[in-house]
Design a protein around this ligand. Structure first.
Ligand SMILES: NC(=O)c1ccc[n+]([C@@H]2O[C@H](COP(=O)([O-])OP(=O)(O)OC[C@H]3O[C@@H](n4cnc5c(N)ncnc54)[C@H](O)[C@@H]3O)[C@@H](O)[C@H]2O)c1
Length: 395
């Protein structure tokens, strides 16, 4: 498993739990050293005991030595980050660097699985990078490239991985489909939920899924903004429409916009993919615009009540993470809202059950925020409370 982040660590650990021998590789030495000592770099419910158990059972190993890991493996997963590039497209440098290393070092036939979220056509790129390195070495080894997008949700990642709604596999050979089905079959005890397709469709499936969910969120936020203006209660409307099975209850909660490591970058990446192919994705553009505006709706409400200058005002912020049950703050609305309030002179007293270290060390580094140990401490002396993450303990 190359890349030991949210996806790599969870997937690798769950495969180990099913009895496979898994080696998790990362270029981050500190992360790997900590993992070897049983220190988990992220907060994910249920992950720590599973890692510790599988390390003890000798099913799960951690290393920075990629060639060694490849030598021992039949299936290699690429699970490195695909962050947003400058033009909004997915930055493939990490994926392709790993493909190059695989080509440089593989010693036997391999199945190379792309688990990172990547644009349509990346499978072909990975294949040609590996082949180029094999040609340079003058060795003749067969390999399959497979697309196996990951649908886990941070905060419920173990459950999602152990009991998946579906496993999408894009491949070109019967051998690759067979190996992947064998690997995943322990996760389907009653009936399997494999969906097999070509590589490009599998790559597109991941972007389409995330963009559909982001669309539901932006749609509902738009409805909420209209409700507010016409005197309707969006939560009544939510229940009213959610009861229609064609619409459903999930992802129609109004809020302060979507964040996280996936929706913002994947919506943008799909937009870029469309544009690069001469198509203007109007709906996707609107989903993004509505979300950008939504992130400041809460700040604007505060400004409307307390005025443009917030000097002397104190606000208690409950929740920093982009959603409950995670310490992930990537693109969290809290970052934008807190910065806007601080810029206007406000004092912020913030509490989050898990994300304070992330905020202090990175996402709100240098921003004047007074972090509190409990939600009630954050409230002391506050003019208003701003609830930004629906953690069970604070919602
Ligand atoms: N986080 C999620 O909820 C989620 C869900 C589904 C899909 N995805 C996708 O999965 C991919 C990984 O996401 P993530 O959140 O796990 O990322 P992450 O940033 O948490 O982890 C990526 C890891 O890859 C490592 N890495 C980078 N280059 C490497 C190399 N050459 N060799 C070895 N390791 C290397 C980094 O050090 C880091 O630890 C992305 O494409 C993302 O879009 C993420």
């Amino acid at each position: 498993m190359i890349g030991t982040g949210y996806v790599g660590l969870v997937s690798g650990t769950c495969f180990a739990e099913m009895g496979n021998h898994v080696t998790c590789v990362d270029i981050d030495k500190e992360k790997i050293e900590k993992l070897k000592e049983g220190v988990i770099p992220i907060f994910e419910p249920g992950l720590e005991p599973m890692v510790v158990r599988n390390v003890k059972n000798k099913n799960l190993f951690f290393t920075t030595n990629l060639p060694e890991a490849i030598k021992k493996s039949d299936i290699v997963f690429i699970a490195v980050g695909t962050p947003m590039g400058e033009d909004g497209s997915a930055d493939l440098q990490y994926v392709l660097a790993v493909a190059k290393e695989i080509g440089e070092t593989m010693q036997k036939p391999l199945i190379v699985v792309d688990k990172s979220t990547v644009p349509v056509g990346t499978g072909d790129k990975v294949k040609s990078v590996i082949q180029k390195e094999l040609d340079k070495r003058g060795v003749d080894l067969t390999f399959d490239v497979v697309s196996n997008p990951e649908f886990l949700k941070e905060g419920a990642a173990i459950d999602d991985f152990m009991k998946p709604d579906r496993v999408v596999i894009g491949a070109e050979s019967e051998h690759a489909f067979k190996m992947m089905k064998e690997l995943y079959s322990p996760f389907f005890r009653t009936h399997d939920r494999f969906i097999t397709m070509d590589i490009r469709s599998a790559e597109m499936t991941k972007y389409a899924a995330n963009t559909m969910l982001a669309t539901k969120i932006s749609f509902m936020n738009e409805v909420a903004n209209i409700c507010e203006r016409v005197g309707a209660d969006v939560n009544n409307v939510r229940v009213g429409i959610g009861s229609d099975s064609r619409i459903g209850y999930s992802f129609i909660y109004p809020g302060c916009g979507y964040g996280g490591s996936c929706f913002p970058k994947d919506v943008k990446a799909l937009k870029r993919i469309a544009e690069q192919h001469g198509y203007t994705p109007q709906l996707i553009e609107a989903v993004e615009d509505v979300n950008d505006r939504q992130k400041l709706v809460v700040a604007n409400k505060i400004i409307k009540k307390y005025g443009e200058d917030l000097t002397g005002k104190t606000f208690a912020v409950w929740g920093l993470a982009f959603k409950p049950q995670t310490d992930d703050m990537r693109e969290a609305p809290a970052i934008y809202i807190i910065k806007e309030l601080v810029k206007r002179g406000a004092k912020i007293q913030a509490y989050d059950p898990k994300a304070i270290e992330e905020a202090k060390g990175f996402y709100l580094k240098g921003v004047d925020v007074d972090y509190k140990e409990s939600k009630y401490e954050a409230l002391k002396g506050a003019d208003a409370m701003v609830l930004l993450t629906e953690w069970k303990e604070i919602y």
